[in-house]
Design a protein around this ligand. Structure first.
Ligand code: IMP
Length: 187
């Protein structure tokens, strides 16, 4: 089984990507290596800058993930500012912001990136649509999972198992595409 490094401090992201790549016979190892998240309008820009920075520091093939939640009736807020908003306002802050909204469409996006031994960059995106629940529900997952209900379901991501979330999530879609671009083969 081959190994690929994944630079993240987020255990939730790590176990989701490990589950995904296990289908390709690849072991994913966590690399604790902080990188500056540049102020940018898109997740792709953050990922490309992060990969280049890490490549200079660690000179090895590795992956990173930048993600966000986008409220479709709030001009995509918080989007690239999701980490800051989760840290300062939490899930409850999003519920408060939407307290009078009956229409609550939202989506998650994930941008997954890989830099190979030659410094060549691959980037893939994944998205899942859904809506924001009226209250926090569930205990699995992380981040905004307790308030996000994917389309076609009536439970939040935090009420689902890892495998169930991974069948439809923005992250699994992005990393499956990335695996394809890396020419990994399904077991
Ligand atoms: P970042 O990619 O670590 O910058 O993530 C941005 C924010 O979105 C963080 O606060 C994450 O916790 C949150 N986030 C990213 N992916 C997910 C997810 O799959 N579920 C819930 N929250 C997420």
């Amino acid at each position: 089984m081959s190994t690929i490094w994944f630079a993240t401090s987020n255990k939730g992201k790590l176990i989701e990507v490990q589950e995904r790549f296990s289908h390709f016979g690849v072991e994913v190892e966590q690399l604790i290596a902080p990188y500056p998240e540049i102020q940018a309008d898109t997740l792709e820009e953050v990922v490309e800058a992060g990969l280049t920075h890490l490549w200079k520091e660690h000179a090895r093939p590795l992956m990173i993930d930048d993600s966000g939640i986008f409220l479709d009736n709030k001009e995509g807020f918080p989007g690239v500012y999701s980490a800051y908003v989760l840290h300062t306002l939490g899930c409850q802050g999003i519920l408060d912001l939407m307290h009078s909204d009956t229409e609550r469409p939202a989506h998650f996006e994930c941008c997954a990136g890989y830099i190979d031994e030659k410094g060549q960059v691959l980037v893939a995106k994944g998205r899942v649509d859904g809506h924001i629940s009226k209250e926090e529900k569930g205990t699995t997952g992380f981040g905004f999972d307790p308030i996000f209900v994917p389309e076609g379901h009536d439970r939040t991501f935090a009420e689902m198992s890892l495998e169930e979330k991974n069948k439809m999530s923005h992250r699994s879609r992005a990393f499956d595409k990335l695996a394809e671009m890396m020419e990994l083969e399904k077991d």
